[in-house]
Structure formats: C-alpha cells, structure tokens
Design a protein around this ligand. Sequence first.
Ligand code: ATP
Ligand code: MG
Length: 345
Amino acid sequence: MTQQTLTRDGGEDGAGRGRPAEPVQADSALASAPPDAIVVEGLRKVYRDKRGGTVEALKSIDLRIPQGSFFGLLGPNGAGKSTLINILAGLVIKTDGKVWIGGHDMDREMRSARLSIGVVPQELVLDPFFAAREALDVQAGYYGLTKGERRTDELLAAVGLTDQATTYPRALSGGMRRRLMVAKALVHAPPIVILDEPTAGVDVEFRQQLWAYVRRLNAAGTTVVLSTHYLEEAEELCDRVAIIHRGRLIANDRMPDLVARLDRKELVIFVDEDMAQLPAGLSRFEVELRGPRRLVVRYARSQTEIGAILAAVQQAGVTILDLSTVESDLEDIFLHLTRQAADEP
Ligand SMILES: Nc1ncnc2c1ncn2[C@@H]1O[C@H](COP(=O)(O)OP(=O)(O)OP(=O)(O)O)[C@@H](O)[C@H]1O
Ligand SMILES: [Mg+2]
C-alpha cells in the first residue's frame, strides 16, 4: 500500500472521521444510496491462480449491515469471509457488484469510504521498522490526523501494549502483534470497525479486554462487524449474524430469529430406577436412553408440548426425579445450515 495521506480535500465530504455516533448520510449525488453502514449488492470475486484456473470465492452476495449493529460473519474455512472483508478494506479488488461504505460508493468515493472504515485483517502484516507507538503514529499520519487528534496512548492501553510501546514487531509475540493490528485499525476512530478473527491466537485476558472495548465503541454508535470461528463469542456479542458458505449467503438474521429457526429442543429426564429399555408408550417421541436413569427426548417446540411428553412418561409408570431442557444454540443452527447447504447441488 502506498503511503498516501487520506485527507478531506479533493471534493469529498470526509464524513466518517471522528464522528462514530452520527448517522452517515449518503452524498447528494447518491441520494438513492441506502443509509446502512455497509451495503453490498451482487458482489462477486473470482481469483485466478497461476495455472489459469479460477476460484469463485464470492457468488453474487447481497448484504446490508445496519448502522450501529454488532454484526457477526460466520462460515466454515474457505467460505469467503476474508474475501468479503478484504474487499471492504480495499485490499482485494472485486470482480463484480457494488459496495457502499458509510453511504459512500466504493468505486466513486474510495477516500471517503476508506475513512469510514477500520479493518483488522486476518493476516498479520506489520512494518518491521516501526515500534508499536511509531506504527500507530504513522497510521495516524496516513489518515492526516493532527497531534491533537491522535489517541496513541489510549489505544496502546486499550490493547494492553503500553509496556511494549517502543518494542519492534519482531520482538512482539503473535498475540501482541494482533493487538497492535487492532489498535492500528482504530486510529482514525472509524464509524465502522471490521475485525477478521481478531481473537485467533490471543489469550483469554485480551479477548475479554478487546470485547469490553469493542462493546463500548458499539454502545457509542460504532458499527462492528466480526468474523469468528468461536460461535459462543458471536452468540454473546452479535445482534445480527450472516452465515457464508462456499461464497453464498445462507443466513442473515437477528440472533434470536436465527436460533429460533432451528425448531429443536432437548428434554432430559432423570428417573428413580434403572431402565433396561425404553418404556412402551414413548415410541411416538424421538427418545433415547442415555444411561440407565436418563431419558433424552428431542422435539420441535412448534409441534410438541412438553406437557404431552411428561404425561406419556408418567403414564408409562416412570417416576420423574428431575428434568432439564437444552435449547438449540448458534452452533446447532450453524452446523444444520452449513450441512444443508453442502447437500444442495
Ligand atoms: N489470493 C487468493 N488467490 C486464490 N484463491 C484465493 C485467494 N484468497 C482466497 N482464495 C480462495 O477463496 C476462497 C475463500 O477464501 P477466504 O479466505 O475468503 O475464506 P474464509 O471464509 O476467510 O476462510 P477462513 O475461515 O479459513 O479464514 C477459498 O477457496 C480460498 O482458497
Ligand atoms: Mg478468513
């Protein structure tokens, strides 16, 4: 990347820098452009390898990421998440389609689009000649921030690198390098922050520290997009989730709606005596003996009432000692949807 300075001159409106809580409006020339933080229409990416072969990493993706949302981007390895994120970051050139970032058309207003976004790429790329503090100052210079606008110390503290301020990348651990990448992406206080697997290879403490910081940014109005393989992380943090599979979007929902889509629940029943086989009368349910005194019943919430299951168990003459239910979680829905998509031609 060339070291050019991104400033507000050149006829662009500069919307985005230092104004994370404010809705980003489309330019007048783009009055019809939607107000979402990110809009992607018909996005395609075809990579070409050296032998003339091609990989269609994104197959006409349509996606809207609402302003102020905490948006999860999930998918198996090779699904196309990083390709999508790197296109938004300006690191990969799209083959086809339209992208608006903060209301700015990426093709026509690259500079404003870039000012609106801060991306932590999955790949660790740091200039070996700049120590942590210098790396942040150089990045601030790249965005044309004055000394007064810089938040170098705040960012170093936020990512736990205050003691490594003068340390060069080669002397930083892998996790510390990732922390520095996160700080670099936040230098210009972008209203949209995208993190591509930021917690891969970092310790528990940083993970918690990072999420606390990112949550504060989100509460102040910053749109956060996160790609992760830790589904419980996505479940805890994200209000919306999209799932990509082999370059296609196979889900895009509010978190509770997504989990509700998998209409499955498990009822675990503990009984007071050993059972050699399942009691007759329960065969109409999907039931399994998991241990001599433990019955597991799987059912669809929309079709079966838990009372009907319990009544059948009691009618079979079995005394119930205790019960618990297990909701489907994001991991269940993720596996269900990606397996279903894999079966499709
Ligand atoms: N520079 C490249 N040249 C050729 N093919 C590529 C290139 N980058 C990615 N691909 C291919 O594009 C597809 C999508 O890759 P991508 O890195 O976007 O997946 P991902 O969802 O981020 O996966 P992961 O979870 O492993 O990070 C894969 O088939 C990958 O091999
Ligand atoms: Mg990736």
